[in-house]
Design a protein around this ligand. Structure first.
Ligand SMILES: Nc1ncnc2c1ncn2[C@@H]1O[C@H](COP(=O)(O)OP(=O)(O)OP(=O)(O)O)[C@@H](O)[C@H]1O
Ligand SMILES: [Mg+2]
Length: 610
């Protein structure tokens, strides 16, 4: 299997995605402005306070403390001291409050945003045609809904608050320093290109390693997923050593990129710390010449507000890149072509559905370059049982997919009761049809919950009757808790045949107008199959039913048998007629009894005449 696509570091079209994300925040514009004002306010307060501190220090030398010349004692003007000190403390507290409030508001903005994105994604998935998942692995879509949304929601808050705060701090400190003492300000300015250069170079290298790390992580996750999913197959083919080997290689790569990325990004702090210290020394020296001690102390404080934003912005820049990359993947999914919406005056009630079908010049293919069904014509009377037979890959399931409108036809019309299926709301059409497939679909929950899935109004009596009909009631009774027995995911704690019987019971309970059985009894033993067949026969009575079966003995009673080969109907008729004809069906039928079974072979290899 090729390595899975995973979170990459960079967006392909940064500008476009970025501006689209900004637009998505329009609904929260007021809150955003509030956050920005608070972040800027808090930064401005942090800029003002050091200069007040300088004032306090200065006054400590002048009017705060005075020496009584007579007694020689030192006196302090406590009132002035407490006032000035109080103002500084108050401003610090206010700055903290602002910063706290802006974080608080930012949390709600980002939670809101992720909530809306998750909703949009969910709605989108509901409207996306099934063919999308033929192209895109489920894992990728899942990763967008989880990892990418999470990536945004966890980083958005810090981006919003820190960006504005950092920029304001940087320029605020710069202006304050220039106003107080321009010579010292110049010394402090030297630190900017130095820090910037270091942060830039280090982030560039560490960023690359982070991308590598995330790619390795994705690859490893994919391998783990595959290993668990194919656990039995790996054991069966004795591939444990291979799997382990592959795992070790990826794991080793991951260790290396992890180490490198962490090590490199860990360099940022000590390096800028070193640059800062150099500046402290420079400021101390120059201050000794051109300024006083309080100015020096205040400059030390400013230097901090001045350089830490550079570091922060360097990091935020990386985060923004990855957030925009996530945003791009989300938008890419949101922009996928959707199922055509139901027509405005589409039929939304099942009540009048009788169940006759007409295929008129239907053509369809999954991929444009591989035509499958071409110009198919077929009439099915309401209430008839129609069997569809043919070798593997002939297009039997495809026919069902088209009836259900899981895929849209490329040409022609499929009519139900003389009305194009496109004139029905999809929900109505699908609601009228009960399906039992070879791939049983059961979910985690009690047996009863699973049975009620198609018809919430069924009574306990309905359920039990249906299960008796499907020959599964006695088995359910033996389970601990009976109908309340909890199925695990996919119902993997009962057998494949039992799962099939449950889905048959579920179809019976939903009382569909039309029934589709695609290899519905393929996983049960022949005796049970005969029993179910009897049950199905009685359920199918009066209902239009499409039955796909490989075992031809089960469809002998069908009113009409459609024999398919390579996407085309090659013969139609009832069992006797088709046998008498001595064509493809007769060959298939005879082969099943002679032991040579062309049904199990690829249609290409079947040497029979059509
Ligand atoms: N989602 C898909 N995307 C592309 N091709 C598909 C898809 N599903 C089926 N096909 C192809 O369409 C053809 C018909 O498939 P279909 O599932 O209808 O066969 P079938 O008659 O039901 O076979 P089986 O008896 O094995 O169930 C096959 O060649 C198959 O490879
Ligand atoms: Mg099939």
């Amino acid at each position: 299997m090729p390595p899975r696509k995973v979170m990459e570091g960079k967006a392909k079209n940064f500008g476009k995605t970025f501006s689209r994300m900004i637009k998505d925040f329009k609904s929260q514009a007021v809150l955003m402005v509030f956050i920005i004002i608070l972040a800027i306010g808090s930064a401005i307060l942090s800029i003002i306070t050091p200069s007040l501190l300088r004032d306090l220090l200065n006054s400590a030398q002048q009017d705060l403390i005075f020496i009584d010349t007579i007694t020689g004692s030192i006196n302090i003007h406590w009132d002035v001291f407490i006032y000035k000190f109080g103002v500084i403390l108050g401003l610090y507290a206010l700055a903290a409050l602002f910063s706290w409030l802006s974080e608080f508001a930012a949390v709600s903005v980002s939670a809101r945003y992720s909530y809306e994105i998750r909703n949009k994604l969910q709605e989108k998935i509901d409207r996306i045609p099934l063919s999308y998942f033929d192209r895109v692995p489920y894992g990728d879509t899942l990763s967008i809904g989880t990892n990418d949304v999470d990536n945004i929601s966890r980083n958005l808050q810090s981006i919003i608050t820190q960006t504005f705060r950092a920029v304001t701090l940087f320029f605020g400190a710069l202006i304050a320093m220039l106003v107080i003492n321009w010579q010292l300000a110049l010394v402090a300015l030297v630190s900017v290109p130095l820090s910037l250069a270091f942060v830039f170079v280090i982030s560039k290298f560490s960023g690359k390693q982070f991308v590598r790390y995330r790619n390795n992580l994705g690859e490893l996750n994919g391998q783990i997923e595959e290993t668990y999913a194919g656990y039995k197959i790996i054991k069966l083919f004795n591939k444990e050593a291979d799997v382990e080997e592959r795992f070790n290689v990826t794991n080793k790569k991951m260790e290396k990129s992890d180490q490198l990325s962490q090590y490199l990004s860990g360099l940022i702090f000590p390096t800028t710390f070193f640059v800062n210290n150099l500046c402290y020394v420079g400021i101390a020296v120059v201050a000794g010449i051109v300024a006083d001690v309080p100015t020096m102390v205040v400059f030390f404080m400013y230097l901090n507000s001045f350089t830490s934003p550079i570091q922060q912005i360097g990091q935020i820049f990386n985060i923004i890149q990855s957030v925009v990359a996530s945003g791009e993947r989300i938008y890419n999914l949101l922009d996928q072509k959707e199922e055509e919406p139901d027509k405005e005056n589409s039929i939304t009630t099942e009540d009048n559905i009788v169940g006759s079908f007409d295929f008129e010049n239907v053509s369809f293919s999954y991929t444009p370059d591989k035509p499958l069904i071409e110009n198919m014509n077929l009439h099915v009377n309401a209430g008839d049982m129609i069997a569809i037979v043919g070798p593997t890959g002939a297009g039997k399931t495809t026919l069902v997919n088209l009836i259900m409108r899981f895929y849209e036809i490329n040409g022609g019309t499929i009519k139900l009761d003389g009305i194009s299926t496109k004139d029905f709301a999809r929900n109505t059409l699908r609601g009228a049809i009960g399906m039992v497939l070879q791939d049983t679909w059961l979910f985690k929950g009690s047996i009863k919950e699973n049975l009620l899935y198609g018809n919430q109004n069924a009574t306990d009596e309905d359920i039990i009757n249906a299960c008796k009909e499907a020959r599964i009631h006695h088995f359910i009774e033996t389970l601990p808790g009976g109908y309340n027995y909890q199925l695990t995911e996919d119902g993997s704690n009962i057998s494949q045949g039992q799962r099939q019987l449950l889905t048959i019971a579920r179809a019976i309970i939903s009382k569909p107008k039309i029934l589709i059985l695609d290899e519905a009894t393929s996983s049960v033993d022949t005796r049970t199959e005969q029993q179910i067949q009897d049950a199905l026969d009685s359920i199918m009575k009066g209902r239009t039913s499409f039955v796909i079966a490989h075992r031809l003995s089960t469809i002998k009673n069908a009113k009409n048998i459609i024999v398919m080969k390579k996407g085309h109907i090659v013969e139609t008729g009832n069992h006797q007629e088709l046998l008498a004809k001595g064509g493809f069906y007769a060959d298939l039928y005879n082969a099943q009894f002679s032991g040579l079974n062309p049904m199990n072979k690829n249609s290409e290899n079947t040497v029979v005449d059509s």
